[in-house]
Design a protein around this ligand. Structure first.
Ligand code: HSE
Length: 308
């Protein structure tokens, strides 16, 4: 195989109480990439459509991830990358992770899969790090593994797959403003009070238990973020209003998607998720901020091959 086209999904990181460790994969929102082998060694980015991103390999998250992989694999060929970007950079639904993860996934397929998903995540972290100025994998892991993932540790890398309850649907609202992950990280406190930490890890543990046991009530009771949301929500216009509208419309929970500005909700069933979309929509419709909304199932497969 000399060429591959893949779909690399958007993802929601943090999932309220799981800052930097928990994430899930969205179903039909994502980028496409075409990667082909070349005789000349090395990596070139030949096309980027959708958004203005660097062609210089060392400055592009996909390029840096690809370089990390080929430095290890030392293949006899090089690679040409085309990026069809649908996820706006700085949207909070894993734009850089989709590029980084998609690229290493595609190269691995072209090399006939020398690496497993954990190793691919390791290479992709190198690219993701240039966007967020730190190594974290809570968007990458769900893009690569699918479903819900827990990054137990980055160094050494350890990722756990968590079951996805069948009726869980996500609703996303994406206000068209940009929040840079590095800036949304810079405003966070370096230390947190013990009492908040206790609440947060209790919620985190019970959310994971709820996902394992299909307990939608417990999932709902656990989707609270007492540590990060108070700071970051100030960067997102009408966050409180959107959250209240989503919960009133039947969402199990609602929070900031990754570092924002997107806001996610989880609901039981498509009907509730669609009602939540209407409710979120109604809040932003009254403002002059452009926005998109999406409703989708949780994608349990992650990146997929579109054609070989
Ligand atoms: N966990 C990361 C953060 C995800 O919230 O900063 C965003 O890339």
């Amino acid at each position: 195989m000399n060429e591959i086209r893949i779909f690399s999904p958007a993802t929601v990181a943090n999932v309220a109480c799981g800052f930097d460790v928990l994430g899930f994969c969205l179903d039909h929102i994502g980028d496409e990439m075409v990667v082909r082998k070349t005789d000349k060694k090395g990596v070139v980015i030949t096309k980027i459509e959708g958004f203005d991103l660097p062609f210089e390999v060392g400055k592009n998250v996909a390029g840096v991830s690809a370089l990390a992989l080929i430095a290890d694999a030392n293949p006899d060929c090089g690679f040409e990358i085309e990026i069809y970007k649908k996820i706006k950079p700085g949207s909070g639904i894993g734009s850089s992770a989709a590029s980084a993860a998609g690229c290493v996934f595609a190269i691995n397929e072209l090399l006939e899969r020398p690496y497993n998903k954990m190793q691919l995540t390791y290479f992709a972290i190198k690219g993701e790090a240039i966007a967020s100025k730190c190594e974290h994998a809570d968007n990458l892991a769900p893009a690569i593994f699918g479903g819900f993932t827990l990054v137990k540790s980055v160094n050494p890398l350890e990722i756990l797959q968590i079951p996805t309850p069948h009726d869980l649907f996500a609703t996303i609202i994406h206000p068209q403003i940009e929040i840079k992950t590095s800036e949304a990280r810079a405003i966070l406190p370096k230390e947190i009070p013990l009492q908040l930490a206790i609440t947060q890890w209790a919620n985190m543990g019970s959310l994971v238990h709820g996902l394992h046991s299909n307990d939608y009530g417990l999932i709902s009771k656990s989707l609270h973020d007492v540590v990060i949301e108070p700071y970051r929500s100030q960067l997102i216009p009408y966050f409180k209003e959107v959250k209240m509208a989503a919960l009133n419309a039947g969402a199990l929970g609602c929070g900031i998607s990754g570092s924002g500005p997107s806001i996610f909700s989880l609901s039981k069933g498509i009907k509730d998720a669609s009602n939540v979309e209407v409710a979120m929509n109604n809040v932003y419709r009254k403002t002059n901020i452009k926005f998109d909304t999406y409703v989708c199932k949780i994608n349990t497969k992650g990146i997929k091959i579109l054609n070989k």
